[in-house]
Design a binder for this molecule. Sequence first.
Ligand code: FCB
Length: 464
Amino acid sequence: MTPDQLLLPSSFRFGTATAAAQIEGAAEEDGRGPSIWDVFAAEPGRIRGGDTPAVACDHYHRRAEDVRDLADLGVHDYRFSISWSRVLPDGRGTINLPGLDFYSRLVDDLLAAGIRPVPTLYHWDLPQALQSEGGWLSRSTSEAFADYAATMVDALGDRVTTWFTLNEMNVHTLYGHALTDHAPALGMGLDCLPVAHNLLRGHGLAVDAIRAAGPRQQAGVVQQHFPVRAASDSAEDIDAADLFRILTNWTFSDPILSGRYPEDWVAELVLTSAGLTAQQLEDDLVVVSRPLDHYGVNYYEPTLIEAPRPGKDYSGVLEVDFPADMPFRPVRVEGVERTDFDWPVVPSGLTDILVALRERYPDLPPVTVTENGCSYHDSPGPDGAVHDDRRIDYLRAHLHAVADAIAAGVDVRGYYVWSAMDNFEWAAGYAERFGLVHVDHTTQERTRKDSWYWYRDVITRAAG
Ligand code: FCB
């Protein structure tokens, strides 16, 4: 067996993924309203290099060229996200028809190219108008999200049948609401738990909206999952790792897949911080746990946790710089390769988390790996090509990890590379490059990287 021969089912679906705020640009065009990322990026010091998503990859104007790239690549699926404030500039109410039209054309182009469109309704870019009314701290945002979902299914449901509600609620809650690294930068610590609950409730209400459009519609959610390991065998580190795992993984998946919060104390915290009655919480969880057709898992890296050691100098040993009062420290994973974004490369973590999900949830729906990829800074060389061998190694190893999970009995139906093209990597701006296609962010010129050709061959060969 050559390294590129993968033991994947013949029905396996290969794809790529992007998100609206990261590629579209055209931030103020055709009636689009601002999102929390436009506002956040305008604040000095928030984004590396002062970058903003205002132009991004200019995909809004280069849609046809980008779809051609996907068609040539041969992907079965393309996961993109819809900018809520492009369709509903105020978050609710009047539909902005040119905005809706953009997605309708994108869907048509994809279908004409033989690619299944797989939209995510929310990839972190809340309309600023709703943030001004309390954002995800407010229950009414969940309801506005369901109305927006209904609008989209109504507009595209004749051609789109595979939907994802929200992307990575845990990352959005942690980095945007507990901390200040992402929009809307609330920095509330554990007090932000109502955000988690309202995102989960928004998901459930949106599933209802999708289902209401008819039996052909399939609903799912995209979650970031990662194995959490204790840095040592000490009771303190094991407790800290347990706490971190509960708060960052199971608090977001148990309500959906088991209809409950992972621990009574989490439920109690949600209940009191969100000001809910026990009955309300119970009723909400019924909505949150509506059965799903598919479950998206994004995987990048495992997390190694230790309990804070008073007096220890943590400079240079932390994976993420958490505030000192957090009861856990994500310490550096040693002895492994790292991407140019300094993220550890641990393909076996993908197998581990997929197997852990199957073991935790007897009713786990079929899984798609909805994001996996790496940032390497390779650019076109003197020969005009982008020789990103390290990305090829990364993707190959992770596809093998998926095959291992399938061999262990996990029902994985597809794998989407993050990302179709280099794009706006949130707080890291344009410095990080996750794409199979290189984008010159000055000229917008696209160059297919070696990994693009490699992935095309993987897809062709898998078709037999
Ligand atoms: C994920 C996000 C995605 C991208 C990758 C690198 O957490 O969902 O938008 O930024 O990380």
